[in-house]
Design a protein around this ligand. Structure first.
Ligand code: BG6
Length: 484
């Protein structure tokens, strides 16, 4: 990982008036500015269709930073000194020419060396035209380095991801492209590398000899809220499985990388993705939430949400059984599931170890429930639990499942926001926590069978753990979903 001081640069945020910019990017840039090591390294140019002046945009930025920041003169001074706005109006060639002139002006006035980050906080259909328009006015090259950040979803399917990659590569080298998946910036996800390879304990048992199955769950309590129109075109597979969860699978299942750098880590994740056996129809279950009840309140079904078609077939739940055909994982099922309107928000990895030979303890121990289990909670309540057996004091040999617990909050307090970590890495040119072109394409390839028309869609009541049919994925191997 490159931990040096970032070069001085300009961050150009497309979609600067949008939700992502206000909720995540501006607060993250503000946090970065607060650190002595990175202070004064970035000037920000917000770009959007709106016709704000610099001052109008600065007021919006100050608002989005919240009350305490608004009252802090240092924040106001930073915003006035470092943030600019340029309207893209009709997004014509002329508007992009004007953008180029504005960028050069700001760089001259702030004595910047011409290093540029173009952050595309835009919806998917806007990625390609924006990359092309930047290229058309020569903004794909600059006097310093030029980096492009692309948010997920990267494409809509394999074919669109391939063509987006081809377009990007016509204008930028892979080393200047940063495909962002915010899961990779979460401390707990980064910790998977430290946890697995910084401890001698795990590596010898992290394989098919000792592990019975791995379950990765990303459950959300909320429904689609106001994002119905977006979600209709996405669904759980495109929104979570293809990117966030397959990236987590990569980190959990990969071999030790040659080093902690972008190329080495991506090489290993790619190897995992390539080893996933093509999914058959009985390897996945898709679902959609129906009305339900929680805490005495009635919850609407997906079809009643604003922006959703009354006959929508979009899945809000997906559960998948993956087989990774490698020396390390042959025969170990990886169960993935995600859903909106499940009982609570939790993202976790549950690694269930094989049972010890039961003979010694017969008839005290029943294999299945009492195998060792490592639960890595990615959020909330970040940390891990390791379940193991102890003897209950007293007569006889009676066993009890006990847990060792680690909670980040107890040791480290509040964790940094993913966007802060990731933006800083883009500034430093560090690819370790980003997704390479071949990874993204292979992940789409894995998901293709899930996206075919006609896949059955099962209903589940809001606030339940998803369609009961999902049990058919885990039951054949004698496993159960871990719902606590
Ligand atoms: C986003 C999805 O990528 O991740 C959202 O588009 C989802 O639908 C969100 O709610 C979940 O992120 P997190 O960090 O809250 O788990």
């Amino acid at each position: 990982m490159n931990r040096g001081y970032p070069d001085r640069h300009l961050v150009v945020i497309f979609g600067a008036t949008g939700d992502l910019a206000h909720r995540k990017l501006i607060p993250a840039l503000h946090e970065i500015e607060k650190s002595a090591a990175t202070q004064g390294r970035a000037i920000i140019l917000g770009v959007a269709r709106a016709s704000h002046t610099d001052d109008q945009y600065r007021r919006l930025v100050i608002e989005s930073l919240g009350k305490s920041a608004q009252a802090d003169p240092r924040v106001v001074e930073w915003v006035n000194r470092s943030i600019f706005f340029q309207s893209l109006g009709d997004q014509s060639r002329y508007a992009y020419e004007a953008l180029r002139v504005r960028i050069e002006q700001i760089e001259r006035s702030r004595d910047l060396p011409g290093n540029r980050i173009f952050y595309l906080a835009l919806p998917l259909p806007a990625f390609a035209p924006t990359v092309e328009s930047l290229g058309a006015v020569g903004l794909d090259r600059g006097p310093g380095w030029t980096r492009v950040v692309i948010e997920k979803p990267f494409g809509h399917d394999l074919a669109s991801a391939v063509s987006l990659n081809a377009l990007l590569h016509r204008h930028h080298d892979e080393q200047h492209i940063f495909r962002l998946d915010h899961y990779l910036g979460k401390e707990t996800v980064q910790n998977l590398i430290a946890f697995r390879f910084g401890n001698a304990l795990w590596e010898p048992i992290w394989n098919r000899d000792r592990i019975a199955c791995v379950e990765i769950t990303a459950a959300e309590e909320l429904g689609v809220e106001s994002r119905g129109a977006f979600y209709e075109k996405a669904g759980a597979v495109r929104d979570i499985i293809q990117n966030h969860l397959l990236q987590v699978v990569g980190l959990v299942a990969m071999d030790p990388p040659a080093g902690i750098d972008g190329t080495s880590v991506s090489n290993e994740k790619l190897k995992v993705l390539r080893s996933i056996a093509p999914l058959r129809e009985d390897d996945f279950i898709l679902g959609q939430y129906a009305p339900g009840e929680a805490g005495g309140k009635t919850l609407p079904g997906y079809l009643e949400e604003p922006g959703v078609a009354p006959d929508s077939r979009t899945e809000t739940y997906a559960a998948v059984r993956l087989a990774i055909n490698s020396w390390r994982w042959e025969g170990v099922p990886f169960y993935l599931r995600t859903g909106k309107r499940l009982p609570r928000k939790t993202t976790k990895i549950v690694v269930t170890f094989r049972c010890p030979p039961p003979a010694v303890f017969n008839p005290y121990i029943v294999c299945g429930n009492e195998s060792n289990r490592l639960t890595i909670t990615l959020q909330p309540n970040e940390g891990f639990n390791l379940a193991f057996q102890v003897k209950i004091p007293g007569e006889g040999m009676r066993l009890h499942t006990q847990e060792m617990r680690f909670r980040y909050a107890d040791t480290f307090g509040t964790l940094p926001e993913a966007y802060q970590t990731l933006l800083l890495d883009v500034m430093r040119g560090d690819h370790t926590l980003f997704v390479r072109n071949d990874e993204v394409e292979t992940a789409w390839q894995v998901c293709e069978p899930l996206l075919r028309p006609g896949v059955p869609l099962h209903s589940y009541p809001a606030a339940s753990w998803g369609p009961r049919q999902a049990d058919s994925l885990v039951e054949p191997a004698g496993h159960t979903w871990v719902n606590q």
